[in-house]
Write a protein that binds this ligand. Structure first.
Ligand code: GDP
Length: 217
């Protein structure tokens, strides 16, 4: 997976071809860690945190027709209203118009999910008919029972609503939820198991069944 550029306005999005999956989350939710864990290497998502790139939509190419899209983080404590409005226009506009967008992964800290801006984003997805996969991050910080409860609560909350939504636990530190998230991305990107470049490779000595982004590639 390689960085393929960023767009700070809707006129600068790359060609709307093939398939892509967007990753979104509050700042500090663990989005970069999740992308790096999926890619099997650290530092990849750091480009999205480079000053000047934090307020743009960053694109990572998986292969010629598939992309992972890093949407700008939100929920910083002291962001001027003007910046928040720009974020909203950019993200909502992207969700509404992007035909190659197969789904959105919504990363939320398992200890405090569904903040108002998370809900805003879900609402936009619902309106744009973009399926959402909710990921409760940092599951390793919760006891097993507390994590199970967080998952149950999230499920109950999502089940009562229209739209296509699934939810899972995840940790970038342990392997919790890694295969499940990988599987969801493969499904949306129409990547068969093992069909991706590097899928057979070893990552950190552990045979990875779903390293879709090509290990150290
Ligand atoms: P982002 O702002 O959403 O990209 O969040 P980061 O990936 O930078 O993570 C924010 C902080 O949470 C960092 O200090 C990470 O080390 C930590 N973090 C991220 N994922 C996990 C996780 O699964 N478990 C634990 N314990 N910490 C995590």
């Amino acid at each position: 997976m390689t960085y393929a550029g960023g767009a700070s306005n809707l006129g600068r999005l790359p060609a709307d071809r093939g398939r892509e999956v967007a990753m979104a989350g509050r700042s500090n939710a663990g989005k970069s860690s999740a992308i790096n864990a999926l890619a099997g290497r650290s530092g990849l998502a750091r480009v999205s945190k480079t000053p000047g790139r934090t307020q743009q939509i960053n694109f990572f190419a998986i292969d010629e027709r598939r992309r992972l899209v890093d949407l700008p983080g939100y929920g910083y404590a002291k962001v001027p209203a003007r910046v928040r409005e720009r974020w909203g226009a950019l993200v909502e506009g992207y969700l509404q118009r992007r035909r190659s967008l197969a789904g959105l992964v919504l990363l939320m800290d398992a200890r405090r999910p569904f903040t108002p801006l998370d809900e805003q984003l879900r609402y936009w997805c619902l309106g744009a008919r973009v399926p959402v996969h909710a990921v409760l991050t940092k599951a390793d910080k919760l006891s097993r029972a507390a994590a199970a409860q967080a998952l149950r609560r999230a499920r109950a909350r999502l089940a009562s609503e229209a739209g296509e939504t699934s939810v899972q636990l995840f940790s970038a530190v342990t392997a919790i939820g890694r295969d499940e998230l990988d599987e969801q991305l493969r499904c949306w990107l129409e990547l068969g198991p093992g069909s991706a470049p590097g899928a057979e490779r070893e990552t950190r000595g552990k045979k990875s069944p779903g390293s879709m982004f090509g290990g150290e590639g």
